[in-house]
Write a new protein. Sequence first.
Length: 491
Amino acid sequence: MDSIDLSAVAHQAMIDAGFVPDVPHSALDELRALESTAQTAVADPSTRDLRPLLWSSIDDRKSRDLDQVEYAERLPNGDICVRVGIANVDALVQKGSAIDAHAAENGTSVYAGVRTFPMLPEQLSTDMTSLVGGADRSSIVTEVVVTPEGSVKSTDVYPALLHNYAKLSYEAVGAWLDNTGPIPPEVANVPKMDAQIRLQFEAAQHLRELRKEHGALELETIQASPVIDNNGQVTELSVVERNSARDLIENFMIAANVAMAQFLTAKGALSLRRVVRTPEHWPRIIEVANELGEQLPAQPDSRALADFLARRKTADPQHFPDLSLSIIKLLGPGENVVQTPGISGEQSIHFGLAVHDYTHSTAPNRRFADLVSQRLVKAVLGKGAGPYTEAELTAIAAHCTEREDAARKLERKMRKVGAAVLMQKRIGEVFDAIVTGVSPKGIFARLISPPVDGRVMRGEQGLRVGEKISVKLLDTDPQRGFIDFARIGDT
């Protein structure tokens, strides 16, 4: 199995999952036509020129498909005006074009670990429609004024030209903000950028605290992705660590998505919403809490669940990712729905985020639903007719939901494939592990290090979730992503 071609496995997995992994010729022909035309950021009378502002982006270190940049300004009364600039992807990806059709079919970029399958051709998503560092770009800006208490006092949406002065990474900025690393050179080299990032962080903390008060769930899962060397070999597994930079962007994106949804509603326009409905499996969530000696109310209550999770994270941090994963599964997946003007209530709830009126609008390079939302917003700003009928939006919402679910399953499979490849040379070794699942399908455990998941095939009788055990690695099947353990003492 040393010669397994992980890129080929990912490519086939895309096909098996119903995706089109390769950009069709018709879309490539359109791309060549776009590349031959010099693209310059030209302002029209309705576009604000905000290029002098100290915009920056924070994303994964290797990311080049940059969808958003941020800027914060303290107002005289102590409020903070936060601006989130979103790449104007629609300016180059025209509705009904071959590129648009390919994006609509796949619905999302797929991050298979060993390889990324972008929703848009790479020349677009990583350059022409990306808010790359050091370039002027067209954008749609969402502006929110945040009070020291975390409430949003006012919002605005408008087109603007901007310039990204610092392409930053979660890892470096997070370490700096959390006082575990130095100031990133990309911050230090731009005058006043350090104060700008710290002001953004302050605003994000205000937003976060208010969401926590409203019952936003703070969940934490372990997703170990394969690290591939230049020869295509898996060398280790990388786990994304939560830090202040990720929290900053998460809170800004939530605020921007809520503001965008409310903007469309206020204008009487159709919109796509991302919802996580009140969980049908709340009784099972109550049982999970009872098993841990906790009580939850009989009716779904996000604040009570959030408080329970916070206590468990403090009491048992090692097992908290597994508890989080269980709760995520019981909450059920998010879905895209159409919001019609004048309709509110259950349909617009995002239970996990503890917000109403939530859309996906901040990643038009990576998610088709976000590109559709951008077109809806631009139609309102331009006082034009809506680009989609309600029936068309309903079909788009359902398709995007299905494709996003398929992408998550594929990404999870490829993480397992990568882990199986990494572990195939360690068969027979003994590891410390924690039991993560007990079900009719089997007993599952995760190694403490490396964080690999597998099934306990021998000696599994009587094991309970959360129990710490020692296991021997029996076998791996990289093609299927299977890893088999035996409990020590029963090998």
